[in-house]
Design a protein around this ligand. Sequence first.
Ligand SMILES: *Cc1c(COP(=O)(O)O)cnc(C)c1O
Length: 317
Amino acid sequence: AFLNGVSLLHRDVSRDMWCKLWPQLPRYEIPIEGVTNGVHTSSWISHEHHQLYSRVLSGGSNGIPDSCDFAKVADIDDKELWDTHMVRKNKLVSLVRDRLRRQHQRLGSDRTVLEEAGKVLNPEYLTIGFARRFATYKRATLFMRDLERLLELVTDEKIPVQFVFAGKAHQADAHGKEFIKQVARLSMDKRFKNRIIFVEDYNMNVARYLVQGVDVWLNNPIRPLEASGTSGMKAAANGVMNLSVLDGWWVEGYSPEVGWAIGGVEPYNTEEERDYVEAESIYNLIRKVIAPLYYDRGADGLPRGWIKMMKACVQKL
Ligand SMILES: *Cc1c(COP(=O)(O)O)cnc(C)c1O
């Protein structure tokens, strides 16, 4: 009796897909609505964020984040929000190191490799996360399109960037598995100095650590194939900013004060052009906008501009 897409953009895409069923109706009257997906906030914010939000944002006696007054986010102390973020970031680093050590143990790697695995990732560096199904339309390898640009980002001495990837492909999806292979191989490339990590055996626990512990959440599907996308919502609830293609929910969530948009909404002439423009957009945003903001510290070591954006992100999204 009621039909809906899972975001406003997906409603429009669905109307185009199913319009033949209602040949007498103009597109905007096709009875398919948009109900944008959401996530269950208290399932996806960290224990530490839960405590912080309950204490500062709680409207009444019950401190469950779903009943929090998010207008009060401005009242959260900058240092406290940052410290909470850093607790989660350090936990993510520990989880990744543990899992890498286990990956290498299983492979029978020698001791020096095991020791190195225990030292990957620097919690002080700008950390970008990407974790989801490796369906090809999600383009997990887009960030590798220009390896020289990528190398420049990860080896910069003043504003270094590191990436953490995780995900599985469907067992029948040969292309998805090929993408995993490419990311995993790059993560072993010595030139990239352990700044690109692939975490095996993706599951909800790994997802939780990632959306709670990275600085930026990367999402670059081929527009408009991501019907909604929800991992970015989980990240946002923890003060992790989205760097995403304007697809799915992000068309509705995005504004310049809460995150970054890769590319635009105009169609491209070719797939080649699309991938080129959007990969360039990722490199340029990270190098010229995101990393400088992250590393802009006051005398107290706090990235005030970044924290301001984290607050807008939690409050609005
Ligand atoms: C939320 C979630 C997803 C969905 O991620 P998208 O970026 O929206 O594709 C996938 N896997 C796990 C484990 C999740 O928790």
